[in-house]
Design a protein around this ligand. Structure first.
Ligand SMILES: Nc1ncnc2c1ncn2[C@@H]1O[C@H](COP(=O)(O)OP(=O)(O)OP(=O)(O)O)[C@@H](O)[C@H]1O
Ligand SMILES: [Mg+2]
Length: 267
């Protein structure tokens, strides 16, 4: 039985039908599945309605107190429950929780200056609630929020949250489903690089080839494979059969390889 952590990108938006079908298919075969979702575009839309700006630093949302309220409502309220309903409609026993529940995600401020406001990084994962739900045949759908030592809720980038859970569960695959075909070498590329080593990922971030929302994604994939997940894949969540491709041959999107540098990405 394999364990699969799927990060359902907020960027996939209304085009997630195939991904939901795929998740339902794998859950139906008895695999252990955990879904973690983002919600960037929907959060930004709600902020705009309230006249609040959306501001990002290296792909992470700057989260002041007002923004945090919106983040919490949109992620744990709307987006999470919408995914739960969509999966239930496909016969999956889905349960929506947030990283606050059962102390699943313990956080500390993202940086010491708290320049990103109420953004957290994951200090510790207590995966017991996931194990309980999985053992009982439920599929956890996790909103990327966490609590710190003072009981303060913090916004965690969903890629980062999913990566931490992938490592804690020693996932066979950590799949980051987003709105591009994978990591691309330039803005005009049509294809993803099939494989990215840790060294090359860091190099591409430093040189700006990897920017915006792809930065936390690649960093989360790197951390996950270095800390216990077997493999990480950045794939197009709008395409049919994407999880099947990952699990059967793995030649899809961009695969992030761990520790050892295989020198090149011509996999
Ligand atoms: N080298 C690159 N290759 C591919 N995409 C890149 C690259 N550099 C930056 N990006 C951007 O990263 C984006 C994906 O990250 P983004 O945070 O927007 O989506 P998401 O994580 O799926 O959604 P959410 O954050 O709501 O969960 C792409 O749409 C693309 O614009
Ligand atoms: Mg993102």
């Amino acid at each position: 039985m394999s364990t699969l952590v799927v990060k359902y990108g907020g960027s996939v938006r209304d085009e997630g039908r195939y991904l939901e079908e795929d998740i339902a298919h794998f859950a139906g075969t008895g695999q252990r599945l955990v879904v973690v979702h983002g919600g960037g575009p929907e959060i930004s839309r709600h902020l705009a309605r309230l006249g609040l700006p959306a501001q990002f630093v290296a792909g992470q949302r700057v989260t002041d107190a007002e923004t945090l309220d919106v983040v919490e409502m949109v992620l744990a309220g709307r987006v999470g429950k919408r995914i739960v309903r969509a999966l239930q409609a496909r016969g999956v026993r889905a349960v929506g929780i947030s990283g606050e529940d059962a102390m699943l995600l313990r956080t500390v401020p993202f940086d010491t200056q708290e320049s990103l406001g109420f953004v957290g990084q994951v200090e510790r994962v207590d995966s017991r609630i996931l194990e309980v739900l999985l053992a009982a045949g439920y599929l956890p759908v996790v909103a990327p929020l966490g609590v710190d030592a003072n009981g303060q809720v913090r916004n965690i980038n969903a890629d980062v949250a999913a990566g931490a859970m992938s490592a804690a569960l020693c996932a066979d695959a950590f799949v980051l489903a987003t709105d591009v075909v994978g990591v691309m070498e330039s803005a005009t590329s049509l294809h993803a690089v099939p494989e990215l080593s840790v060294a090359q990922a860091l190099d591409w971030i430093a040189s700006g080839i990897i920017s915006g929302g792809m930065v936390p994604k690649v960093m989360a994939a790197v951390a996950a494979v270095q800390q216990g997940a077997r493999a990480a894949y950045i794939v197009d969540g709008r395409q049919a059969g994407i999880l099947d491709a990952v699990m059967t041959h793995g030649r899809v999107g961009t695969r992030i390889t761990g520790g050892e540098d295989r020198g090149g990405h011509d996999g």
